[in-house]
Design a protein around this ligand. Structure first.
Ligand SMILES: C[S@@+](CC[C@H](N)C(=O)[O-])C[C@H]1O[C@@H](n2cnc3c(N)ncnc32)[C@H](O)[C@@H]1O
Length: 273
């Protein structure tokens, strides 16, 4: 069985299918990556070509397999306190927030949850010294595989090096016995977080507006019209003075009108217009 490359038709089929399902725009430079990520699924399905496997996905008769393929084709790299400047900015925003209402944050492409728990630790630290209102954090992603990890809040120690020793001590439990070498996010934080599958290219569910939305390191996978659609929708779920963070290497300048930059990769609606 020859499963080491994709011909043009096979590539076009998976590219168009993935774009239709999640908005990700694959370029032909990703052919080898697609093969390596889907090779085992083609074998498991007992099929002899990528074309036959893609035909199953396109048929819409195999929704579970479609989700597996989406899980495998999304890139989920993340880590605790990635782009730390945004957590400093989050602290400044929270300190100015009214104490009377719950401060709500959404990590809208949360991958395995490190971003959600970094936000939660930041907010818990401020609340400890009475510098923050009550808070809650929501995480969502299109991949069900990463959401399972996020929900568990259980990580290998090698993934937690960017958490400060103080926060590690306060908000993480070290595993013992069979859990040696792992760490569990403390229940007090997990209780204030919740996760759901949300596909950002579909119409969003009705959500109570968020004070801050993190949409970091995901826009790079979309073309400009899809980026515009996603950001426009998310802005409707932001409070009038809410802040939207994108990755530090990403920009919304020239893409969306009516935004003001409030820091690197940070935007607010322009209320003058
Ligand atoms: C590189 S990770 C970024 C994680 C985190 N925000 C960070 O900055 O570390 C990108 C995530 O976006 C998710 N994603 C891709 N397309 C999506 C879509 N259409 N809707 C929701 N999530 C999507 C992927 O599953 C992946 O977990």
């Amino acid at each position: 069985m020859e499963l080491n490359s994709l011909d043009e038709l096979e590539f076009a089929t998976i590219r168009d299918w993935l774009f239709d399902k999640v908005g990700i725009a694959l370029t032909s430079s990703k052919k080898a990556l697609i093969c390596s990520r889907l090779f085992k699924r083609v074998q498991t399905a007992g099929l002899d070509s990528y074309g036959a496997y893609f035909a199953q996905l396109v048929s819409d008769q195999f929704p579970e397999e479609a989700q597996v393929a989406i899980n495998l084709l999304t890139t989920n790299e993340t880590y605790f306190f990635r782009e730390p400047k945004h957590f400093d900015m989050l602290s400044e925003i929270v300190e100015k927030a009214p104490r009377s209402s719950i401060f709500r944050v959404w990590s809208a492409a949360c991958s395995t949850g490190e971003e959600v728990y970094s936000i939660a630790m930041t907010l818990a630290e401020l609340q400890r010294v009475a510098r923050a209102p009550k808070w809650e954090v929501r995480g969502s992603d299109v991949s069900t595989r990463v959401l399972e990890v996020a929900q568990g809040g259980h990580y290998g120690l090698e993934r937690t090096e960017s958490i400060s020793p103080t926060m590690l001590k306060r908000y993480c439990l070290s595993g013992t016995g069979p859990y040696e070498g792992t760490l569990l996010i403390d229940r007090s934080l997990r209780d204030k977080t919740a996760f759901a599958q949300i596909n950002l290219i579909e119409p969003l569910p009705h959500l109570i507006p968020f004070n801050v939305i993190f949409l970091r390191n995901v826009l790079i996978y979309f073309d400009p019209p899809v980026k515009r659609k996603i950001v426009t929708q998310l802005l409707d779920s932001l409070t009038p003075d809410g802040v939207l963070f994108v990755g530090m290497a990403e920009t919304l300048n020239g893409l969306i009108d009516g935004l003001v930059t409030v820091g690197p990769g940070a935007y607010r609606r322009d209320r003058r217009g």
